[in-house]
Every structure is written in structure tokens, then in C-alpha cells.
Design a protein around this ligand. Structure first.
Ligand SMILES: Nc1ncnc2c1ncn2[C@@H]1O[C@H](COP(=O)(O)OP(=O)(O)OP(=O)(O)O)[C@@H](O)[C@H]1O
Length: 509
């Protein structure tokens, strides 16, 4: 098998030679060009496994080549070499579609890592295994494996567009910032991005930046050496090392304290990390994805997030629209979630939604997005009969149902009218099935005398109040440590965070 061929474009002969030697040592074939014109000539004759170009050339800028390669529709990765400290150029090149960048002076270990991941892209695109040492070899080269299935479900135009963006971005190393309301699918989008990338075989590590105590952050991110602090009884890797070769998702990145932001920025710029208590640094090859439900640009304005880090992380933005803006997706999502729940709960059959229940969901505003839809359906399964989920089984919160008139108007088709009126009525009634615990709660409440048969004027509001009180108690007992509070309540950190957001519980409360 012939070796992958790389094109090096640089007008400084000593740097060109250095790169050539390093690449040949990796078992690669190399062509080189000393100008844009020479590079164009070579590119018109053949494709390369990687094009590596300096940014400043005598007859123009390397970024022109990036634009040309991207515009040509060719899938070959192109990387740029930027002057020391010129973050602007690196970001500009990534935005233009460059696969990655290296800063001068070029460190050979970083060059090797970058070339290896570019070759993985090239190989995955051609479905051939690359033929150099550190990369997986395979005897039969075109043994096509099935493409990974995207888990982000949705037929709406917004979701289709998002999926094609993810497929395109999966090939590059550009840091991606995923924005969107809580529960809208940011983590799932990051997982799909990883699954579609040439890094899919390597780890995907998701870190919840808001859940790590500040004093442990550095050790958690970068690892530590034995004896670095009390309790460090052995060497430990951090998230960066754990994600080496793969993808690191910094979830809720806006929650990072400022001191940690500085350290993270350094690690991103240098592509190296130093374990706590270590004297040397190690190179890490990690694709960074960040996510937040907050407006990061606003956090920068308020001085809560460093502008330079924002700039580094926010190279390309992916936005997850809220579920209420893509109602077309609700039916399919519900189907998929019900199927998933049936498998998890070992139900024999998958439950379905009655037409009125589907319409009720489509009229709901979903403040908690897809996660809320999952919760609603999971709860509904417990109440539904005969394999059909009715509107009353959904127990939708009244505050989330748009104006009742709008809701009924939407349902005002001649066939469904009766069912629609019943739908609204049953949301109001919230179903007998839920009443028992609530009544018990009211009976023991301060306002209710023993045995008094007082019902709350609104069951959902009442249940929210009960839940809010319990969560506040747990947070009070743990000095607002959300991880510990979640443990106390027997729920996951994510579930607690979701509930706190839904019930508007804040630290300063
Ligand atoms: N388009 C989708 N298709 C299928 N499942 C989805 C979709 N979007 C979200 N989900 C599911 O909804 C739940 C919440 O999604 P996810 O954790 O990705 O949201 P998030 O935006 O990261 O939330 P948070 O901001 O709270 O961290 C998950 O169980 C996920 O599998």
C-alpha cells in the first residue's frame, strides 16, 4: 500500500525542510511548495491526505488556500501554521474551514498528533485505513463499516440543518460551542459530533463544570501526582488525559470560576497540561466542545467569563432551538422516547399517544424541552391504560399550556372538537390519579385542620411548592452543594439541576 501523501506549503526553506523530515520519519510521502502558486499547481494535479500551509507566504495568505480547498468541495483536510500568539489567525482559519492549526515555533510532538488526526479524517472519508504506525491497520482496506446512527431525532428543518452541520463539523478540530436551553439536547449533539468524527473510537468525556468543587478543579481537569496534596495517594489522570485522542465536552462552561478559566485557556493554547504536583507537562490531543444554557457573550460583558477563553471556545457555534419552536418534532420524539422506555422497562408493547394527547403536547411550551417531554411521558406510562396515553395521563402543567382559547382553537376541527374540549377539561382536572398524595400533603399542612378536606386550588402549583420546599431543605442541609443535595434526594445531579431551573430555585434564595 502506498503511504499517504502530504503537501507542505511554506516559503521559509528551513521550516519546510524541518516539516518534510518529520513527516517522512512518520512514514509519509511529502510534496512541498514555496508559494501559493506552486501549491495551486500541485493541488490541480492530485489530492492530498493533508495540506499543511504557513499563513504568510510571499504571494499571499495561507487562508486563501483554505478557502479554495473548501470551495472545491474536496474533502482533504487543510491545516495552517500561524505566527506565535496570533490567536486571531488561528480562529479565522478554523472558521473558514481549516481542519486545525499549529502555532510557531512548531513543536514536533504537536505536529505528529495533528497529522495523525488529519490522517484519521482522511482515512474515514475514503474508508481506508491509513498505513502508518500509530494508526489502526487493517488488511482489507475497503471493509465498509456502517455509519454511526445519529441520536438527535427530529424531522423539522432546524434539526435537519443541525444534523448536517454536525456531520460537516465532525471532520474538523475546531472548538464548537453549543448553546440552547436546558434539556434541548446539547449533550446529545456533542455526542453525535464525536460519534461521527474520526475520534469515535476514542473516549468521549463530558464534564459538568458546575458540579466540581472549586478547590478540586485543577486536579480533576489535569490530574495529579502522588503526594501532591493530602489524600493524593496515587498518580491520577484528569479529564484531559482521559479524553486523549477523543472529545472533551465542557458542559455548563459558564459555571467555571475565573481562576480555572485562566488555566483552561493555557491548556487549550499550549495543548499541554501539567498534573498538580508534576514538574513536566504532557501533550494532549483533545477536541473541545463546550455547552451552556447561559448567554456566554453576556457573561463576558458582565466580567464573569474571560473574553480570550470565550473567543477560543466559541470558534463555531451550534444552536439547539427550544422544543416549542420545532413542534413538528414532538410526535417523532415522543414515539422514540416511548420506544426507549418500553425497552428499559421491559414492557411488552410500546404505548402510543392518543391524537388529543399529541395535540396537547404540541400546544405545550416545554420550559424543560426534550428532557421534560421524557419526564412527562415516563410519568404518563404509569397512568395510561390499554396502551394509549390520554391527555389526562400527561398531567401537563397549566402554566406551560398556551392560552386555553388558542389551544382549543387549534383543536377546533369538526372530528376532534369534542375530544379537544375534553382535553382542556382534563388538563384542568389533572386526573384523579394524582390527587391522593397531594390531598395528604394539604391535610398535614399548616393551614389545614386535622382531617379537613381542603383541596389545593391548583394541584400542579401545590406539587411544585412541595417539591420546591424539599429541594430547598436538601440544599440548606448541604450548604448549597448540589451534588450532595442530589445524593440526599436520591436523584442525579442533572435531575436536580433541571428541577431547580424549572422551579426557579437560586443560590441566593
Ligand atoms: N433531538 C433529540 N432526540 C432524541 N433525544 C433527545 C433529543 N434532544 C434531547 N434528547 C434527550 O433529552 C434529554 C436531555 O438532553 P441533553 O442532556 O442532551 O440536554 P442538554 O441541553 O445538554 O441539557 P442541560 O442543559 O440540562 O445539560 C436526554 O435524555 C436526551 O437523550
Amino acid at each position: 500500500m502506498t503511504s499517504p501523501r502530504i503537501l507542505v506549503v511554506d516559503d521559509e526553506s528551513h521550516l519546510r525542510e524541518l516539516l518534510e523530515i518529520a513527516l517522512v520519519k512518520m512514514g509519509l510521502d511529502v510534496d512541498s511548495a514555496d508559494s501559493l502558486a506552486a501549491a495551486r499547481q500541485l493541488l490541480s494535479q492530485r489530492d492530498y491526505a493533508l495540506v499543511l500551509t504557513d499563513m504568510r507566504l510571499l504571494d499571499g495568505l495561507g487562508i486563501e488556500l483554505v478557502h479554495e480547498v473548501v470551495a472545491s468541495g474536496k474533502t482533504m483536510p487543510i491545516a495552517v501554521i500561524t505566527a506565535f500568539g496570533s490567536a486571531d489567525n488561528a480562529v479565522m482559519a478554523l472558521k473558514a474551514g481549516a481542519f486545525d492549526y499549529l502555532s510557531k515555533p512548531v513543536a514536533l510532538d504537536q505536529l505528529r498528533l495533528m497529522v495523525r488526526s488529519a490522517l484519521r479524517v482522511h482515512a474515514s472519508e475514503r474508508n481506508l485505513s491509513p498505513s502508518i504506525g500509530a494508526l489502526p491497520r487493517s488488511g482489507v482496506s475497503n471493509n465498509k463499516s456502517a455509519p454511526p446512527t445519529l441520536r438527535l431525532v427530529g424531522r423539522s428543518a432546524a434539526m435537519q440543518d443541525l444534523r448536517s452541520q454536525i456531520a460537516r463539523l465532525a471532520r474538523s478540530m475546531a472548538p464548537i460551542a453549543i448553546s440552547g436551553e436546558s434539556g434541548s439536547g446539547k449533550e446529545l449533539a456533542a455526542r453525535d459530533l464525536h460519534a461521527l468524527s474520526p475520534r469515535a473510537e476514542k473516549p468521549f468525556v463530558a464534564v459538568n463544570c458546575g458540579a466540581i468543587p472549586e478547590n478540586l478543579m485543577e486536579a480533576e481537569f489535569f490530574g495529579y501526582r502522588k503526594g501532591a496534596f493530602t489524600g493524593a495517594v496515587e498518580d491520577r489522570d484528569g479529564f484531559f488525559q482521559a479524553a486523549n485522542g477523543g472529545t472533551l465536552l465542557l458542559d455548563e462552561v459558564a459555571d467555571l470560576p475565573l481562576a480555572m478559566q485562566v488555566k483552561l485557556l493555557r491548556a487549550i493554547q499550549e495543548r499541554r497540561v501539567r498534573k498538580v504536583g508534576a514538574t513536566t507537562e504532557e501533550v494532549v490531543d483533545v477536541r473541545l466542545v463546550s455547552a451552556t444554557h447561559q448567554n456566554l457573550a453576556e457573561c463576558v460583558e458582565k466580567g464573569r467569563f474571560r473574553q480570550d477563553l470565550y473567543y477560543r471556545l466559541n470558534v463555531i457555534e451550534l444552536h439547539l432551538p427550544p422544543l416549542r419552536e420545532r413542534k413538528d418534532d414532538i410526535g417523532l420524539l415522543a414515539e422514540v422516547i416511548l420506544m426507549r422506555l418500553a425497552i428499559l422497562d421491559l414492557h411488552q408493547t410500546t404505548m402510543t399517544l392518543s391524537p388529543a394527547a399529541l395535540q396537547a403536547l404540541q400546544s405545550y411550551t416545554f420550559p424543560g424541552n426534550v428532557r421534560e417531554l421524557e419526564n412527562i411521558l415516563e410519568r404518563a406510562l404509569a397512568f395510561a391504560n390499554d396502551g394509549i396515553i390520554e391527555v389526562c395521563d400527561l398531567a401537563l402543567k397549566l402554566s406551560g399550556v398556551r392560552h386555553a382559547e388558542a389551544f382549543t382553537a387549534e383543536l377546533r376541527d369538526p372530528i376532534g372538537a369534542e375530544e379537544s374540549a375534553a382535553a382542556v377539561a382534563s388538563i384542568m382536572a389533572m386526573g384523579e390519579k394524582l390527587l391522593e398524595p397531594a390531598v395528604a400533603g394539604v391535610r398535614t399542612g399548616a393551614n389545614a385542620g386535622p382531617g379537613a378536606d381542603i383541596l389545593p386550588p391548583s394541584l400542579p402549583t401545590h406539587l411544585d411548592d412541595v417539591e420546591r420546599n424539599i429541594i430547598r431543605q436538601a440544599l440548606g442541609r448541604t450548604q448549597f452543594n448540589r451534588t450532595k443535595a442530589a445524593e440526599l434526594l436520591g436523584i442525579s445531579f442533572r435531575q436536580l439541576r433541571y428541577r431547580m431551573q424549572r422551579l426557579s430555585i437560586h443560590e441566593q434564595d
